[in-house]
Design a protein around this ligand. Structure first.
Ligand SMILES: [Zn+2]
Length: 548
């Protein structure tokens, strides 16, 4: 029989209400053997006492229920966002607070590229922070005369392209009639490409192709460091293509003993026929390992609210922008739901606007009538604008929800003044309503859209402060215990892993988040500032290294 290791800490918050606090956790074979005092856990026999965390506080390993491996890979391109954010190694990347600053960032990045014809790629740009002005190809033409320039919008749902990029893609001509390609006064594309249909043909020219998104070894390793730094032991790649070569790479990397995070990789259905998507998910399920979980699928139904491409119900966008884009037909959603219900394939659905939520719930209602199935746990992702009646229907349909509360901080002011207005902004990411209605819920970062830091995400749910310091939606605030539940057991439940992770109790994986302070004792306004030492994954410690 293998050895028992007892981890002793200042305090262990188990999130198991039967034994909420302890000082010792005994671990055998990577799993929790016992929780309690040293005396309690010693009854299992001889053990090694590990006291390296004796002054620290243990939580269950945090679970990021909606992120992307891109959070590791995108750092190979130029960060053009408004906010200062940490990179995977903890260095702070400064925000660009004007369009001129964005151009400067891209120029500096171009100068570091050795190939004189290489394209210049940026990410994270959101003109909503610059006032009313959008970004045009003329703006990006200022970066380089000789290189095509492309910049992903902060939502990931829009690409801004320079004139040369459009020309090389055969798009710089008049007569284009496409809902995702707005035209300028000259009848030529303005440079904004909205939605997957418009932007995807150009992405490979900017190095954002399948191999980059799903199979970039350097990026997948960076993602692991990022997770450990945030106290995360299970993270998602919510929307992967998982071709054979990509699968082989994530299998190899997550199979290494020192890869620091358990990865839930969810198959993207875009471009697949529903029956093929379900078949592929079932086939992938057979390849699941302890560190790599496969077999669920993801549908994207609309765009983003801050990019004005999400589908909103009446009365639509506060600033009068036209309604957003549908990414998928209801018939396709219903077919995927029916296939998923019949064959036990869990479905995650990106729904940003409340009209998208409405459409998807109708499809699930229809599919459930044809194929009733217990405990399907289909999960609405983002679901930022749903109202109380919609939450009551989610409960009736057996849906879970994963709310994008980081938006309250990063885009709260813009939602109030531009996208949905002061009243609807207060009900955004309605954690309190989810709790009151009994809808199982989690909260997330959608990294790289916002930084992966679940303690910050929990802070957003507790305080609901915008970047300007305004409380947005006081009624929807939740307590620290509920917020920490959402980033552990709540997220585990939306991933159908709550029997295995999310709390520290006998039989579960020995996954811990190791903190230098106690999140239950600090002031709720300071929850985001609790220092993360690192993690323990399956009994093995991973220290977040200081910034280089
Ligand atoms: Zn996402």
């Amino acid at each position: 029989m293998s050895r028992i290791t007892v981890h002793r800490a200042r305090r262990v918050h188990t999130l198991d209400p039967n034994r909420p606090e302890a000082t010792c956790v005994a671990v055998r074979d990577g799993r929790v053997l016992a929780v309690g005092t040293l005396d309690d856990v010693s009854g299992w026999g001889p053990h090694d006492l590990d006291e390296r965390h004796a002054d620290r506080v243990l939580l269950p390993g945090l679970v990021e229920g909606h992120s992307h491996l891109m959070a590791g890979t995108m750092w190979q391109h130029a960060y053009c966002g408004w906010y200062d954010v940490p990179d995977p190694d903890g260095r702070i990347a400064g925000g660009a607070r004007s369009l001129d600053a964005v151009v400067g960032t891209l120029r500096a990045h171009a100068q570091r590229l050795s190939d004189p014809a290489a394209s210049v790629t940026g990410w994270g740009l959101d003109p909503i922070h610059f006032g009313t002005r959008g970004v045009t190809r003329a703006d990006l033409d200022a970066v380089s005369d000789s290189r095509p320039v492309g910049v992903l919008h902060g939502s990931g749902h829009i690409l801004y392209a320079s004139s040369l990029a459009l020309q090389q893609a055969g798009l710089l001509h008049t007569g284009i009639d496409h809902p995702g390609i707005p035209l300028g006064a000259d009848g030529l594309p303005s440079g904004e490409l909205r939605g997957p249909d418009a932007m995807m043909p150009l992405l490979p020219a900017f190095g954002i192709d399948r191999a980059f998104l799903g199979g970039n070894e350097r990026g997948i390793r960076a993602f692991g460091r990022l997770a450990a730094r945030a106290g995360v032991t299970t993270a998602t790649d919510l929307g992967a293509t998982l071709a054979d070569d990509e699968l082989a790479l994530v299998q190899r990397l997550t199979g290494e003993d020192d890869y620091p995070v358990r990865l839930v990789s969810v198959l993207r259905t875009l471009g697949l026929r529903p029956a093929d998507a379900i078949d592929k998910a079932v086939a992938l399920r057979a390849h699941s390992t302890e560190r790599l979980r496969l077999g669920a699928i993801k549908i994207v139904s609309d765009g983003s609210i801050q990019g004005f491409s999400a589908r909103l119900r009446w009365p639509g966008y506060y600033n009068g922008a036209p309604n957003g884009l549908w990414y998928v037909a209801p018939e396709t959603v219903t077919a995927l739901f029916r296939g998923g219900l019949q064959r036990g394939v869990q479905v995650h659905v990106h729904t940003n606007g409340d009209e998208a939520v409405e459409m998807v719930m109708q499809c699930l209602h229809d599919a459930l009538l044809a194929c009733p199935a217990p405990d399907h746990r289909f999960t609405l992702q983002h679901c930022q604008l749903a109202d109380a009646a919609q939450f009551r229907r989610m409960r009736a349909l057996g849906l879970c929800v994963n709310l994008f509360v980081n938006h309250l901080y990063y885009w709260g002011e813009a939602h109030r003044s531009r996208t949905v207005g002061p009243d609807r902004a207060e009900r955004m990411n309605a954690c309190r309503t989810a709790l009151d209605c009994g809808v199982p819920f989690s909260i997330h970062s959608d990294a790289p859209i916002t930084p992966m830091r679940p303690l910050f995400t929990a802070w957003c749910a507790v305080n609901r402060l915008t970047a300007a310091g305004r409380v947005l939606g006081a009624h929807q605030r939740i307590g620290v215990a509920d917020a920490l539940h959402a980033v552990t057991l709540g997220a585990a439940r939306t991933l159908k892993l709550d029997h295995e992770i999310g709390s520290i109790e006998c039989g579960k994986r020995a996954d811990f988040c190791v903190l230098d302070d106690d999140p239950f004792l600090v002031a709720p306004e300071r929850l985001k500032d609790v220092p993360v030492w690192g993690t323990v994954l399956g009994g093995r410690s991973f220290q977040a290294l200081p910034a280089a």
